[in-house]
Structure formats: structure tokens, C-alpha cells
Design a protein around this ligand. Structure first.
Ligand code: ZN
Length: 177
């Protein structure tokens, strides 16, 4: 998928400009339906892709790494989302520090993608904070939220915040094609 299919030009520009020297953590903020998860996954794929032909370019979509991220079994991409309405439980995120401490298996980075980080309670957030406070050089967090006012300040302050705009239905249709 070419980058431009995602809409979100400003957020995209920030992410792709940082692709060759990524921050340890990003917080993607935008309303429901703004394409946060889509953008986050493409960014994660680009970080892990072994065959991008230009700096800042989109994931090639064809290398082993891309094929694994697309089929959801790349060993260096860990995705998290809260189960149910209660939000994350402590056991949902407790494995993060141990996983982050291990070097990437195949890619240059280990990417942690967490949806709805506003739904982390204090205990679930603790595991994340342990790594965010002293992140290994190879770890990149991509955190998502539609309710940034509910994201803990201790987490948000350690992230590069990227704001997405509400998407037009036309842009959504294009992205889904
Ligand atoms: Zn690739």
C-alpha cells in the first residue's frame, strides 16, 4: 500500500520522517474511525521491513518480514488490546518488560503496538512504564488512543504525540481498497 492511501498527511509525514531514526515511543491520537490502527500497522511494517527501497518509503509488502506482519505472526511485532469493556488487566501487559529485554529476532526493532492505552489501569500501566522509563535501543512503542485526556501523564510524557484528523468517508473507502 502506498503511504498516500492512508490519508492523514501530517501524521504520516511525521512518522515517515522519523522512520530511519525512530523515537522509543509514539502516541497516536485521533477520533474513532480516523485510521489510527491502520497507520500504526503500516508504520510498524515499515520499521520491520527488510526491503524498503528508499528512506522514509512504505513497507515493500513482499519481503518475508512484510508477509509475516501481514499474516500476524512476526516475532518482533507484539500487539495488545484490552479484552472487553473493563480495559487492560495486569496480566495483559505483564510480559512486556521481559519481551522488550530480548533483542529482536529478525528485524532491527521490536515493535509494541498497544490500542486504547487510555484503558490501562495503574497495574497494567506499570509494566509499560518500566520499559518506557529506560527503553532498550531496539524497542519502539506505538500507542493508540481516541481519548488522550484519559491517558496517564507518565505515559504520554514519554511519547512523541502524533495527532490524526477525522477522516472523510472517501478517504476511508480509498484506504480500505
Ligand atoms: Zn518488506
Amino acid at each position: 500500500m502506498p503511504w498516500t492511501a492512508l490519508g492523514q498527511d501530517r501524521a504520516l509525514a511525521l512518522l515517515r520522517d522519523s522512520l530511519e531514526n525512530p523515537a522509543h515511543a509514539y502516541l497516536l491520537v485521533g477520533p474513532e474511525g480516523s485510521g489510527k490502527a491502520l497507520l500504526a500497522r503500516e508504520f510498524a511494517r515499515a520499521l520491520l521491513c527488510s526491503d524498503r527501497d528508499v528512506p522514509g518509503g512504505p513497507p515493500c509488502g513482499d519481503c518475508t518480514s512484510c508477509r509475516r506482519t501481514i499474516s500476524g505472526n512476526h516475532p518482533d511485532l507484539a500487539e495488545y488490546q484490552p479484552k472487553g469493556r473493563m480495559g487492560y488487566r495486569e496480566e495483559d501487559t505483564e510480559g512486556i518488560p521481559a519481551t522488550a529485554a530480548v533483542s529482536p529476532f529478525e528485524a532491527r526493532y521490536k515493535v509494541f503496538l498497544l490500542e486504547r492505552v487510555d484503558a490501562l489501569n495503574r497495574w497494567a500501566a506499570n509494566s509499560l512504564l518500566k520499559v518506557l522509563e529506560e527503553p532498550p535501543a531496539t524497542v519502539v512503542f506505538v500507542l493508540l488512543s481516541a481519548r488522550p485526556e484519559k491517558v496517564m501523564e507518565t505515559i504520554a510524557s514519554r511519547c512523541r504525540v502524533v495527532h490524526l484528523q477525522p477522516l472523510s468517508s472517501q478517504a476511508i473507502a480509498t484506504a480500505l481498497r
